[in-house]
Design a protein around this ligand. Structure first.
Ligand code: NAP
Length: 500
């Protein structure tokens, strides 16, 4: 619902972001009787990642039987890995079915959140001039949200058109154009095969090669769809299988010298079969441990590189001129359009929002040496504030929705603890958070994640994006909130009334 901004509003729980995380949180809270919930969303509709990323071929490479809420399972997915539009429709449907779609206030970019010590509330300001007051704040803006455009000399002089994959310009016709794509990550490998047939020439600029595994993803045959619909337990079995497959990927990443070699051999065989030209194969081949960066699932990308109108450039992008892109060999690639498939500002999390906690502490400063939070959710000195898909909760072998569901149940327990104690605020103990964070970082030792540079790391090389283990480990640690790990605060008048 987009409506006229009014200056001051109150709500018990304020959620920032209406993607999978924000919607899951609202559903969980309402189910447990916390109904005064508002979701502020900067976009013009709910959906988060699946609202913004509408590039051709956008889909989730995690099969939908797992990339879906456990409480809203579907038997009618059209294919193994659903396209963006199907996932977006699913999220809309779930939000409607659970009565939370109407809680979303769109067109609200949150600029600042401030903890009010005396009142034990959060004041949240939006770019449209609203101010909200809430007892609890849930930040559900995700890790892959702010598009990253590398600073390249001369970028502003380019005479053609350009846009980022997460802000696809559907009004710009690519047909017959000379197009350059910078980046070969999970997004680019999905849209490059889609646009290659329609453009005149496609130049793909690769900085680092990737490990690939197959993904054809045709629509389910009718028989499979009927079987999912008719056979009780089949869809649950499928979900279980995909879960265990995800855990096996994590096992390969955790054990690069043993299990990881199996994944590497599988990927090598697949890539060799796809790349007939030995020179192209040499240039595409990754030079790092299998699983260190995101493993890419595509059976279409490598064949696309071998089309007559496609060229892979593995020389570095050094500058941009009005005509196109200059590479480190001194060649200029003349282009009509540059598409940035260069990912996201992953270390910023929900920044650039200014978030001020207890004692005037700025989250930006607290995280100056790298983001950290207890289970990715709670930060010391920031009472009643909870992050979804926060630091160290990204997955390299699983479904982020599994993590989100675990996190929203944890947040709900935190709010229940506050209510049960007649307290006003809950805050994770700094010693607990620091010890957990040390243990978590220790868990990365010996894993593939440590063996190259990737978006999982911050500027100092610390891995801040990923969870270092299995989905089941995260569940084991976060399923039940341990109240002893927290401090509770009461409002002075409540304390006095209780005779404390
Ligand atoms: P990404 O994985 O971060 O890839 C960015 C690409 O841009 C990389 O190839 C990177 O090269 C390249 N790049 C960055 N700066 C560059 C520069 N200055 N010059 C040349 N190349 C540069 O971004 P993404 O593809 O948007 O995907 C981000 C994440 O979103 C994924 O890892 C995944 O978690 C998620 N995602 C998921 C799906 C899905 O199906 N589930 C689909 C799309 C995205 P380097 O490798 O050398 O850094």
């Amino acid at each position: 619902m987009d409506e006229q901004a009014t200056p001051q509003r109150t709500t018990r729980v304020l959620i920032v972001g209406a993607g999978f995380g924000g919607i899951a949180a609202a559903i969980e809270l309402r189910r447990h009787g916390i109904t005064d919930v508002t979701i502020l969303e900067k976009g013009s509709d709910l959906g988060g990642t699946w609202f913004y990323n509408s590039y051709p071929g956008a889909a989730c490479d995690v099969p939908s039987h797992l990339y879906s809420f456990s409480f809203a399972q579907r038997r009618d997915w059209t294919r193994l890995c659903s396209p963006q539009q199907e996932i977006l429709e699913y999220l809309h449907q779930v939000a409607r079915e659970h009565g939370v779609a109407g809680l979303v206030r769109t067109g609200r970019t949150v600029t600042a959140c401030r903890w009010e010590e005396a009142a034990c509330t959060w004041t949240v300001e939006t770019a449209c001039g609203e101010s909200w007051e809430a007892e609890a704040l849930i930040l559900a803006t995700g890790q892959l949200h702010q598009p990253h455009r590398p600073k390249i000399e001369g970028a502003e002089t380019f005479a053609g058109h350009s846009f980022h994959s997460a802000e696809w310009d559907h009004s710009y016709p690519l047909a017959g154009k000379r197009v350059g794509v910078v980046g070969t990550g999970a997004s680019a490998v999905q849209f490059v095969p889609e646009i290659a047939p329609e453009v005149a020439r496609l130049t793909v600029f690769q900085r680092t090669g990737n490990w690939f595994l197959p993904r054809r993803n045709p629509p389910y045959p009718k028989a499979a769809r009927t079987a999912f619909r008719m056979i009780p337990g089949l869809q649950a079995l499928r979900r279980r299988f995909v879960f265990e497959y995800g855990e096996s990927l994590t096992a390969m990443i955790r054990h690069p010298r043993t299990l990881g070699l199996i994944g590497r051999a599988r990927s090598s065989a697949f890539m060799r079969a796809q790349l007939k030209d030995p020179e192209l194969r040499r240039r595409v081949w990754p030079d790092y441990t299998f699983g260190c960066k995101r493993i890419l699932f595509s059976s279409l990308f490598l064949p696309t590189l071998q089309r007559a109108n496609v060229e892979l450039v593995s020389d570095a992008v050094t500058a941009i001129s009005p005509q196109g892109i200059l590479d480190s060999s001194g060649r200029t690639h003349e282009l009509d359009c540059i598409i940035w498939g260069t990912g996201f500002k992953t270390n910023d999390f929900m920044l650039p929002m200014a978030i001020t906690g207890r004692g005037g502490r700025e989250l930006r400063e607290e995280w100056a040496a790298g983001a950290h939070a207890h289970l990715g959710i709670c930060v010391p000195h920031f009472p009643n504030m909870f992050i979804l898909y926060g630091p160290n909760t990204n997955t390299s072998g699983g479904s982020i929705i599994f993590y989100l569901e675990t996190q929203v149940a944890y947040v709900r327990q935190a709010l229940q603890q506050v209510a049960a104690r007649g307290a006003a605020a809950i805050e994770v103990r700094a010693d607990v958070e620091a010890a957990a964070n040390r243990a978590l970082q220790h868990r990365f030792a010996g894993t593939a994640w440590t063996e190259c540079d990737s978006w999982y790391r911050d500027g100092r090389g610390r891995i801040v994006a990923n969870w270092p283990g299995y989905m089941r480990e995260y569940l084991a640690q976060a399923a039940t909130l341990d109240a002893a790990q927290f401090e509770f605060a009461s409002l002075p008048e409540r304390t006095a009334a209780a005779g404390v």
